[in-house]
Design a protein around this ligand. Structure first.
Ligand code: SAM
Length: 431
C-alpha cells in the first residue's frame, strides 16, 4: 500500500510539475518521506531521516522537504515543532494535493499541513499510472472500519470508503491499454469493497472481481489484503467460477486463540476462520494460503500461543507476515497490561516463523517438477542474466530467457528449489 502511495506521489509531481525521480538526494528539488506507523518506533525513524537531509536544505534553501503517510497523519503540525525545516506535511488521503501544497509553500513562505480525509476525492485527481511490466496495482478502497484494538489504521487512513465501480473499471481499461495483463486490487480490506454500481445500486467485491475477469485482456487477478469477516460465500464461490482469480489468498488471522481474537476485537473465532479456509479449498483445491500473525499481544499465555501453533499446523500456510505486537499510541490495546517478558515473546515468534518456513518449503518442494504459468515481471534480482516471473500462487521463479518475454506469460517447469527460491526452465510462451 505504501509503495503504491509513493508511486502516486511521483505520478502527481510528474504530471503537475514535470518532476522526475532521482537517486541522488543532493540533486533533488523536493524530498518526500512516506512514513508508516503500523509498528515500532517509525516516528523516531522519520526524525532521524529528516536530520540526515537537513544539511542539504542548508546548502540549498530552495529544496522543499515533505513528510507524508501515516506518521504525518498522526502527528500533523507537531512534526514542524520538532523539525521546523519541513515544508509540507500531508496524509495518505491528501497526497494528490501535493502540487498545491508545494506551491502554497513557495508563495507564502510558510509550511503547509493538510492531513484531512477528503474521502474519495483523491482518485479523481490522480494521473493514470504508467507501467511497462505487464502487472499493476490498483487501489479500489481506502481505510479501515474494523477498529481492531491493536491497530492505528482507522485513525491514520480513515474509515473504509470504496471507489465507484465505473471509476475502477475505467482505470483497469487504461491499464489494459498500456499492455497490463494482471491487476492486483489493493485496499486495507479489499473484500469489504462496497461501491456504487452503474445503476446507482451497491455492488460487492465478488461482483467487481467478476466484472474485471470478464475483460478479455485481463489474464490474471490478485487482491490484497483481506479480512476474515468479509469473506462472504459469494466471494468464495468466485474461486470456483473464475480461473483468472489466482490460487493464492492472503487472509490475516493474527492469532489461533479465541480469547486473544476477542481481545483484539477481530469479530470472528478460530473455528470460523477454519471454516472459511475449508470452503475456499473446496472451491479451489490447489490454493495457497498466507496470513498475518501478531505474537505477544498483551495477555497472550503459553496456552494461547500453542493454539496459534495448532492452527498453523491445521491450516498449512505458505508464508506469513509475522511480527511481535507493537503498542500503538491511541489504540485500546496500548492500555492493556502486558506481563510477558520480551525474551519469551521473541522465542515464540522464532518458533512460529520456523514452523511457517517449514510449510513454505513443503509447498516449494511440491512444486518441483510441475509446470507453472507465470508472468515475467523483469530481470532477476539475483542474476541479471536471468528473468524473474511470478506464479499463480505468488512464488517467484527465476529462469533463462530473452528480455522480450518481460510483461508476458510463460510456462515454466520448476527444476530446482534453493531455500524457498525456485529455478525453472522455459517450456513455452503462454497466453
Ligand atoms: N486486512 C488486514 C486484517 O485483517 O487485519 C489488515 C491489514 S493491517 C493494516 C496489516 C497487518 O499489520 C495486520 O494484519 C497485523 O498483523 C499488523 N499489525 C497491525 N498493527 C500491529 C501492531 N500494533 N503490532 C504488530 N503488528 C501489527
Amino acid at each position: 500500500m505504501n509503495e503504491y502511495d509513493s508511486d502516486k506521489m511521483a505520478d502527481v509531481l510528474r504530471a503537475c510539475e514535470g518532476m522526475e525521480p532521482t537517486d541522488k538526494p543532493e540533486e533533488a528539488d523536493v524530498i518526500l518521506f512516506n512514513t508508516c506507523s503500523i509498528r515500532e518506533k517509525a516516528e523516531e525513524k522519520v526524525f532521524s531521516d529528516l536530520g540526515r537531509v537537513r544539511p542539504l536544505k542548508l546548502a540549498n534553501p530552495d529544496l522543499l522537504i515533505g513528510v507524508g503517510g501515516c506518521v504525518a497523519s498522526q502527528e500533523g503540525a507537531a512534526i514542524l515543532q520538532r523539525a521546523p525545516y519541513v515544508d509540507v506535511v500531508f496524509g495518505p488521503q491528501t497526497l494528490h494535493r501535493l502540487p498545491q501544497l508545494l506551491q502554497a509553500r513557495r508563495d507564502t513562505g510558510r509550511a503547509q499541513v493538510d492531513i484531512s480525509f477528503p474521502e474519495i476525492e483523491k482518485f479523481d485527481h490522480l494521473p493514470t499510472a504508467q507501467t511497462t511490466s505487464g502487472t499493476a496495482y490498483l487501489s479500489i478502497m481506502e481505510g479501515c472500519s474494523k477498529y481492531c484494538t491493536f491497530c492505528v489504521v482507522p485513525y491514520t487512513r480513515g474509515e473504509e470508503v470504496s471507489r465507484p465501480l465505473a471509476d475502477v473499471m475505467r482505470d483497469v481499461q487504461e491499464l489494459v491499454a498500456q499492455g497490463v495483463k494482471e491487476v492486483t486490487l489493493l485496499g486495507q480490506n479489499v473484500n469489504a469493497y462496497c461501491g456504487t454500481g452503474d445503476d446507482g445500486e451497491t455492488v460487492d467485491f465478488a461482483f467487481l472481481l467478476q466484472a474485471i475477469a470478464a475483460l478479455e485482456d485481463i489474464t490474471r487477478l490478485r487482491y490484497t489484503t483481506s479480512h476474515p469477516r468479509e469473506m462472504t460465500q459469494r466471494l468464495i464461490d468466485v474461486y470456483a467460477t473464475t480461473p483468472k482469480l489466482v490460487s493464492h489468498l492472503h487472509l490475516p488471522v493474527q492469532s489461533g486463540s479465541d480469547r486473544i481474537l476477542a481481545a483484539m476485537k477481530r469479530g470472528h473465532t478460530v473455528l470460523e476462520y477454519k471454516s472459511i479456509i475449508r470452503r475456499v479449498r473446496a472451491a479451489r483445491p490447489d490454493i495457497c494460503i498466507t496470513s498475518d500473525f501478531i505474537v505477544g499481544f498483551p495477555g497472550e499465555t503459553e496456552q494461547d500461543f500453542e493454539a496459534t501453533m495448532k492452527l498453523i499446523d491445521e491450516v498449512g500456510f505458505d508464508n506469513s507476515f509475522s511480527y511481535l505486537y507493537s503498542p500503538r499510541p491511541g489504540t485500546p490495546a496500548a492500555e492493556l497490561r502486558d506481563d510477558t517478558p520480551h525474551e519469551i515473546k521473541a522465542l515464540r515468534l522464532k518458533r512460529l516463523q520456523g514452523r511457517i518456513m517449514e510449510q513454505e518449503d513443503g509447498v516449494a518442494q511440491a512444486m518441483l517438477g510441475t509446470t507453472q504459468r507465470a508472468l515475467v515481471e523483469g530481470v532477476s534480482k539475483k542474476d541479471a542474466q536471468e528473468l524473474a516471473a511470478r506464479t499463480d500462487n505468488n512464488r517467484v521463479v527465476n529462469f533463462s530467457g530473452a528480455a522480450s518475454l518481460i510483461g508476458g506469460f510463460v510456462e515454466v517447469k520448476i527444476t530446482q528449489v534453493v531455500r524457498h527460491t525456485l529455478r525453472g526452465e522455459l517450456v513455452a510462451n503462454a497466453k
